[in-house]
Design a protein around this ligand. Structure first.
Ligand SMILES: [Zn+2]
Length: 278
């Protein structure tokens, strides 16, 4: 099956998260790999390992590794198998899981992010298996395909893959997420922290008795924002303001006339900066 057909097959499998999640698609990919491996001679099969980690019940990471005979670190493809929710508003001509092809474009949930890329990575694996059969030997550099769960939520899949030692700092990692057909060498990364700022309630007639958690949070946000923007910028990325994703102040309705909320929460993420050069 070529990458194009493979992408269609993967789109037809619901792996929405939250939703059907990754049980069926992981079984499908594993079966494809096992079928391919079963037709290879034993002298080559011994270089291939298939491993799984159950990250959550019925949600498994999959790792297919072909050992190399050289000492160089492996080339590792990492792909996530889940998609965002199926969502509303799909046209009847291009249904969510229909994998419809129109004018050489594939339509369906996950076609772009990232079942197209996952199909390409699987094709690379199968091409390497073809090359092994052709030459009768293992490759010089090892190769791994790691398929993960939970990318669209909390990234527990890739964390489990790292914890299991499936990938380390020496490997060459290629991620086939959509990047407008341009190779991207930098990523915004992720740091989550939680600030919990509590105010002190006071009667509206005595505001000086209170402490305003919203004002304190605003000051903290401004300070963090300035500090981050003062950091050195990556050569390939333009600096960009950091938007606040959401902000929630917790007020007590029975004290609605008090100007000082009891606490506030903000969720802040750093958007991918605008590309400076192509
Ligand atoms: Zn993705």
């Amino acid at each position: 099956m070529n990458a194009w057909r493979l992408a269609q097959q993967l789109v037809r499998i619901d792996s929405s998260n939250p939703g059907a999640q990754e049980d069926t698609i992981e079984r499908y990919i594993k079966l494809l790999v096992e079928q391919r491996v079963s037709s290879m001679p034993a002298c080559l099969v011994k270089h291939i390992s298939i491993k799984e980690i159950e990250v959550f019940p019925a949600r498994r990471n999959l790792n297919v590794t072909i050992a190399g005979y050289g000492s160089a670190p492996n080339l590792v493809y990492i792909c996530h198998m889940d998609t965002v929710t199926l969502g509303e508003g799909w046209s009847t001509d291009t249904p969510t899981l229909g994998a419809t092809v129109r004018e050489n474009r594939l339509y369906g949930r996950g076609a772009c992010d990232m079942k197209g890329g996952l199909a390409c990575a699987l094709s690379a694996l199968f091409s390497l298996m073809d090359a092994m059969e052709h030459t009768g030997t293992q490759p010089e550099r090892g190769f791994s395909l790691i398929c993960t769960v939970d990318e669209e939520a909390n990234m527990r899949g890739v964390e489990a893959a790292i914890d299991a030692g499936w990938v380390g700092t020496d490997e060459w990692v290629l991620d086939t997420e959509p990047t407008d057909n341009q190779i991207q060498v930098a990523h915004k990364g992720r740091t989550w922290f939680e600030l919990d700022i509590k105010g002190v309630t006071a009667h509206a007639s005595q505001p000086w008795e209170g402490a305003d958690a919203v004002a304190a949070t605003a000051e903290a946000i401004s300070h963090i924002r300035r500090s981050i923007e003062a950091l050195p910028h990556h050569a390939d990325w333009a600096p960009r303001p950091l938007p606040l994703a959401w902000f929630k102040a917790d007020t007590n309705p029975t004290l609605s006339r008090m100007h000082a909320p009891r606490g506030s929460i903000c969720d802040w993420y750093l958007r991918q900066p605008r590309r400076r050069r192509k």
